[in-house]
Design a protein around this ligand. Structure first.
Ligand code: FMN
Length: 315
């Protein structure tokens, strides 16, 4: 990686350490999960995407998505939008409000409601994506990154990534699928490796990194680092493993399931915090089939505590 391009205090320096980055995942990469990911060794964490327009309108639901937990120190906030001035202004506003270590442009979201409004649509217009990145660079004082897919329906990744680099992006993450593939099939890691070997800035690989072996194989392609998304849901210990630590025991998983629930309740309140965590708790308690069924209906922290402590006492 070209060291000269890294600002001395940049969060990107963390790429020199072993480990992985927490991927942005709408509905998952919230403050409680980011806190656990960092505790277990994530190099940094990217927030769920925030609509640039929502930020500028001051929408509390939008702004909540980027709010750091107290003491959060390696946060990149992701924005989506399709207007360079709007995204630039939103980036400045988010920087003022939350002082993240970096800001990122979303170029991968395939959700239909975003059609024509940014996200993966920007893969069809690399020149507009570059203009937006350049506006974000001009409006802020932190490194700007972009997270893209290989292309809309064919692999144009190199052309797109070069445009982003030319616009001043400090890092590009490539999810090794086209928009048309959504989440189907295997991510094409070789295509991401090819981008990494042609860019001067660091390139992260995203897509199907679910184990230490996956992370090693991906890094062997010459990328500067890997992002982990779905593989870390209910399993933040994967960051520790990728950084060289040990896998979690079933009992440790139970303990941290409860901690995650406590963090969620603190952040969102009890009912909302637990209902939206049910899908995640299933991952933590996968070794205990009875618990899997019970967490699908969990509504109170006390109920969860009793069930988990009961299981731990037996274990
Ligand atoms: C539920 C879900 C929400 C996602 N939300 C975002 C998002 O807000 N921004 C983004 O750039 N990518 C988003 N992604 C894509 C992931 O960051 C990642 O690139 C993709 O899931 C492939 O990596 P994985 O196999 O490690 O999950 C999302 C993926 C999932 C499954």
């Amino acid at each position: 990686m070209p060291q000269a391009l890294l600002k001395p205090t940049s969060y990107l320096e963390r790429l020199q350490h072993p480990g992985a980055v927490l991927a942005p995942m709408a509905g998952y990469s919230d403050a409680p999960f980011r806190q656990l990911a960092r505790r277990y060794g994530a190099l940094w964490a990217v927030s769920e995407m925030l609509s640039a327009r929502g930020v500028l309108e001051g929408g509390s639901k939008t702004l909540e998505l980027g709010q750091p937990y107290p003491g959060e120190d390696h946060l990149v906030i992701q924005l989506f939008g399709a207007d360079s001035l709007e995204v630039g202004a939103a980036a400045a506003e988010v920087e003022r409000l939350y002082q993240p270590q970096g800001l990122e442009l979303n170029m991968g979201c395939p959700v239909p409601k975003m059609r024509g409004r940014g996200g993966s649509c920007l893969l069809q217009t690399p020149e507009l994506a570059a203009e937006i990145v350049s506006s974000m660079v001009r409006h802020t004082n932190v490194p700007i990154s972009a997270k893209m897919r290989l292309g809309w329906d064919t692999n144009r990744a190199l052309e797109i990534a070069l445009a982003l680099e030319g616009a001043g992006a400090a890092l590009v993450t490539v999810h090794g699928r086209t928009k048309a593939q959504r989440y189907e099939g295997k991510a094409d890691w070789d295509a991401v490796g090819a981008v990494a070997s042609s860019l001067k800035i660091p390139v992260l690989l995203s897509g199907d990194v679910c184990s230490v072996q996956d992370a090693r194989a991906a890094l062997a392609l010459g990328v500067a680092g890997v992002m982990v998304g779905r593989g870390a849901v209910g399993n933040p210990f994967l960051f520790r493993e990728i950084a060289g630590g040990k896998p979690a025991t079933p009992l440790e998983r139970l303990k941290v399931a409860l901690e995650h629930a406590e963090l969620n309740v603190e952040w969102y309140g009890e009912l909302r915090g637990l209902r939206q965590l049910r899908k995640v708790l299933i991952g933590y308690v996968a070794d205990f089939p009875d618990l899997v069924e019970q967490v699908k209906r969990i509504d109170t922290l006390e109920e969860l505590r009793v069930k988990i402590e009961g299981e731990r006492a037996e274990g």
